[in-house]
Design a protein around this ligand. Structure first.
Ligand code: NGQ
Ligand code: ZN
Length: 467
């Protein structure tokens, strides 16, 4: 299946957001491999050239996704016990995860990736941990569910970083995994074999293969050390993602186990560097902020999920004061919208600091512009792919906003992006979306939108009706 339009290799935009900021009359040109070969401001369109319908912005990488959870969004927004929490949500999520078939898994991911493309994401890092069948037995082909994700990315056009997850224990101190975790569990050797099996498949479709030790709760020290070492021997630059310090109970349990906080423990026991993405590093002390930021690791912030699960607020100004890189993920997909994640992230900072325009910088006073450029850099680094924006050599991944959309009409380009992020509107201003130089979204819609939506609803209905 190929859902892209015929190849056009140039586009002219009256306004485009380049790494150094907004530029006028930008000519973009890319090669057959979808890499930018020219990004030329102050150029003139010739009559034959396709022209963007509004401001052109780089496509946003989504650095953290558990695709199957999209079908679970909205299903736990009721009180189930005296005090619901991350942990009570997790119990329900496990129950949901136990029932999904490979066909349903692929249908959910396919629809989700279409939603992402239509919402301004051009790449996704899939933190993939449902490996086995409903009874916890490996599929005849152990890569079955990973291949569903690869096909979903291929069929929709979104760029993929596939992060198979190592999951071995239910808590600190290598406590045995629970029955609810039976679909997730693998030995370290088995994990390395899966990575070897997936590497050529990823390479063939331009996906990046990484590794995700789930968390310090789920991976004992030996597994962490051996898996990272084994994978590094296979690819010394590939991304490594981990959930860390998301909940205060997790910090306390880590202290009780090791005398160290999770981020502190990780920095003391692993070679954390620019390959790493620390997902939900929400609870750090000052020393951890300083050390983790200067390791070069990306902070993976998932504003809508972190709000939905009651995690806490990441101190982004403090992280930035130490030179930290960051990006956004949609994680449980309570929200699937790149602009809304930026909105929620800035609003969390405003609410906690009682200030406005917290994430503006001296060079870039426009908050939405500053955040887009920073999240793009961090997201591209976490994805381990050349998707860091509109510069020669990077992949031609970009989004054109509709300058005629009511929220944007009559504004200058930087304000159009501000309105897109902050002047929330019932309909999106995302108009066209290109990945590797191919257009996958036209007039706000992906060609597979209707068919994929139907399959998603059927899959979700079937899963729910089993309960
Ligand atoms: C996950 N999600 O793996 O889907 C986790 C919950 C856990 C988030 N952390 C499970 N948001 O962390 O144990
Ligand atoms: Zn997660």
């Amino acid at each position: 299946m190929n859902s892209a339009r015929p190849m056009n290799t140039t586009l002219f935009a009256a306004d485009a957001l380049l790494p150094a900021g907004w530029q006028k009359n930008v000519l973009l040109q890319w090669n057959a491999a979808g890499r930018l070969t020219q990004v030329q401001p102050d150029s003139r369109p010739d009559a034959s050239m396709q022209t963007a319908e509004g401001p052109l912005i780089p496509g946003m990488p989504n650095l953290h996704s558990h695709a199957f959870q999209r079908a679970f969004a909205g299903l736990t927004e009721y009180r189930g016990q005296a005090q619901d929490s991350f942990w009570s949500w997790r119990t329900l999520m496990y129950r949901f995860a136990q029932r999904i078939t490979p066909e349903q898994f692929e249908a959910i991911a396919t629809w989700l990736y279409i939603e992402m493309l239509e919402a301004g994401y051009t790449a996704v890092c899939e933190f993939h941990y449902v490996h086995h069948d409903a009874d916890g037995r490996p599929y005849a082909d152990d890569a079955t569910l990973a291949l569903c994700l690869l096909r979903a990315a291929q069929n929709t056009g979104i760029g993929l970083t596939l992060l198979p997850v190592l999951y071995q224990s239910s808590g600190f101190g290598a406590t045995a995994a629970t029955d609810g975790q039976r679909r997730f569990i693998r030995s370290t050797d088995n994990m390395l074999r899966l990575l070897e099996r997936l590497k050529p498949v990823c390479d063939a479709q331009g996906a990046r293969l990484g590794l995700a030790p789930h968390s310090l709760r789920a991976v004992p020290p030996e597994g962490l050390q051996e898996a990272v070492a084994g994978f590094t021997a296979m690819d010394s630059e590939a991304p490594v993602h981990i959930h860390i310090a998301e909940q205060t109970a997790e910090v306390e349990a880590c202290l009780a186990w090791s005398g160290q906080r999770p981020v502190e423990w990780l920095l003391n026991h692993a070679d954390v560097n620019a390959r790493w993405c620390l997902v939900h590093a929400t609870h750090m002390n000052e020393t951890e902020y300083a050390r983790a930021a200067s390791s070069g690791a990306v902070a993976g912030i998932c504003p809508s999920t972190e709000a939905n699960l009651g995690d806490g607020i990441f101190d982004l100004p403090r992280w930035l004061s130490h030179g930290g890189a960051w990006g956004v993920g949609s994680d449980s997909h309570a929200t699937v919208n790149a602009a809304e994640e930026l909105l929620l992230l800035e609003y969390g900072q405003r609410l906690s600091l009682r200030q406005r325009n917290v994430l503006a910088t001296r060079q870039q006073p426009q908050v939405a512009t500053a955040m887009t450029l920073q999240a793009l850099q961090g997201g591209a680094q976490a994805a381990g792919r050349d998707i860091a924006g509109l510069a020669v050599g990077q992949q031609a991944d970009f989004v054109v906003l509709d300058a005629q959309h009511l929220a944007l009409a009559g504004l200058h380009a930087p304000e159009m992006l501000s309105a897109h992020v902050f002047a929330s509107h019932r309909t999106s201003a995302v108009h066209g979306v290109w990945v590797a130089g191919k257009q996958y979204v036209q007039a706000g819609r992906h060609p597979l939108h209707d068919a994929a939506a139907r399959c998603f609803v059927a899959a979700r209905s079937a899963i729910i009706s089993e309960s």
